[in-house]
Design a protein around this ligand. Sequence first.
Ligand code: Q9C
Ligand code: ZN
Length: 774
Amino acid sequence: MQGDEYWTEGVASARRRRRSSQHNSNESPSLPTSRSDPRLTSSAPTPSRRRGRLNPDFPLACSPLSRPPLRCFVSAPAPAPPMAAPRVGLLYDDRMCAHATPDGEEHPENPERLRAIWRKLNAAGVASRCVSLKAKEAEDKYIASVHSKSHIKLMKEISSKKYDASRNKIARKFNSIYFNKGSSESAVLAAGSVIEVAEKVAAGELSSAIALVRPPGHHAEHDEAMGFCLFNNVAVAANYLLNERPDLGIKKILIVDWDVHHGNGTQKMFYNDPRVLFFSVHRFDYGSFYPAEGDASHCFIGEEAGKGYNINVPWEHGKCGDADYIAAWDHVLLPVTEVFDPDIILVSAGFDAALGDPLGGCCITPNGYALLLTKLLGFAQGRIVMALEGGYNLRSIANSVCACAKVLLGDKFTFNAPEMQPFESTWRVIQAVRNELKTCWPVLSSKLPENVSLSIRPSPSELNAFSDSESDSEDVAELLATVASVNVIEVAGDAISEHLSKMKLDDDNLSVKTASRCSAAEQHLVDSVKVQNNASVVLTKRISDLSLAWRSDLSRTDVWYASFGSNMWRPRFLCYVQGGKAEGMSIACCGSRDTSSPKGTMWKTVPHRLLFGRSSTPCWGTGGVAFLNPEINYNEKSYVCMYKITLEQFNDILFQENRLVLEDGKDGNVVYPDSPLIGSSEIKFISTNKAIHLEPIKDSWYSNVLYLGNEDELPILTMTCPASDIERFKSGELPLAPPSETYATTLIRGLVEGKQLDADGATNYIIAAAAKGP
Ligand code: Q9C
Ligand code: ZN
């Protein structure tokens, strides 16, 4: 089996079947893509033929790179015999909602988290398919296997009357902890509940189980509450199985901690214990991400007998998604798990790496979680216990848990490889982890194929420090390798569909969605979460320049922003306002400070020539991007879609277009430039001079703001290259190139959905512009 790619035939063929129909439905019939039009891609390398998605011979969830073969793992769904449906335990109990902030202050770790998940599981008809379980208190002696006597005493007494006066003060002594009168009971129930389900799964009474518990546990240390965690629920349950229940035959436990934060508590509790393989994948951000201790690094591999039984995969940044996690699974976790051969798997299942989470910043989709879990089901005879840890976007956690529950219930999934690849830093991290552990786990000692290093997208920082290294990017696009991801159609949440219909989008859009990109639909979903969940709004962006006066000044002036490129497609434009990615985009936008929707939309044609120059972009890969020749040319007629937005928002779009928004690495904060590029005086200058060249960003591609006239007394502005660049395009100093397939598709979608042209007309319009040059 070693070195083979394997999966069950049933899954494989179901996937193959789904993939072919999926591919057809991927393109709406009225929208031709450049894929169907060779004229658009003839001179740019087209990676699509090489994508696993289009190649029925490539196993999904595997890198399509064929030499040398990478080991890929796709496991069977539930191993239950055909007649017997898996018995999936689902533990939910109101009593764990008692733990809340003492005076009703907003907090991301609040009781609504459990209720939102529970409501979703019921609405989706999932809860009724599970074996319902109620919470159970943990006995002190079990908690004592990981916590000090004094810690147990304090946690159990903190809610009592005698602490009424000192409770808050004690909470403040801990890091990120609150207590109220319900905390003690909730904490004891959370730990006891994970014991309860773990015991039933270990005993074979249940096939697998989900414990919806709070407070979470993985940050809690031997003698300390921390990071919203009071008792380390998963660690308590693991020790219970190992120490208290030899009768159940559990000798080796794998703990998979996919919460976005490092499971510091759990790591310490089993650091020299070879019976427990602790695997944590988390944001590390070079040591700055919570809990911001160095021991989250990959160098911490365990000690003494436990050496090699602690595995950290520490992301360097906060943008990881399905493809990155799947790469960590395929190239670290699963090979080791196969050798370790656990008797049961406990998942510290935080969902704060989910798309839309206000604390995590990552973008795992429900489908992504479904595949991560599916891959685990192939081990330990499918004995999996999921215990909730973090996860703070109510909608995201509800959909993600629901997807996981369906996986455990054995629902058939179709996994579809996406266009997204892991970040370059993901390969760097994975390679470093393998290196560190290869003496302990020889299965990790093979070198990752060199080509893997090309199946990457650039790092976020490289993208920020906008470089013009076209040849590298071409290689990347050349090898647009689908290192793996999924599209679990069946898992598409009802809430999403519900939302889609509200957004007047066809439900079929769901089938267009691929998991590792934040599709427009998902972005809408995230938007609505922001609107509905005030806590999320506050936490989503902690921007350092809130107080800057220019923002409030410019928020009172409206302008029309005229887009001639991909922003003509509204969902893509909205990414610049609300943040995130629309379908086809390989990197997410941070959005504007003010995320309000445009106050108006209007189409026009302008007397400027559209051209496609440069040869690759961070977002769209190989191929040119649209520019408007700043010179008026009455023989030309270019379409622009205008959005009425504030001048503040226009500046935020300029910042994003020119990659001036930085991330400070901590908690996903973004830092905008502290002064505007276009203030009121620049507006005045523009309306007389028709254009302004932005000297501070003269080397950026869109350093030229053009004035295209007025519409209801507001200036129409666009951003393009300076006239000097047009000369360089003409001389050949700067390359001209047709748009990439995805970019062209986006432009065409904009024009078609904006009702400016029909599909053929739009395709021809783009082709003609690409052919003419400046
Ligand atoms: N700058 C869990 O997800 N954040 N805990 C503190 C201080 C604490 C997260 C931020 C995050 C704790 C279970
Ligand atoms: Zn967390």
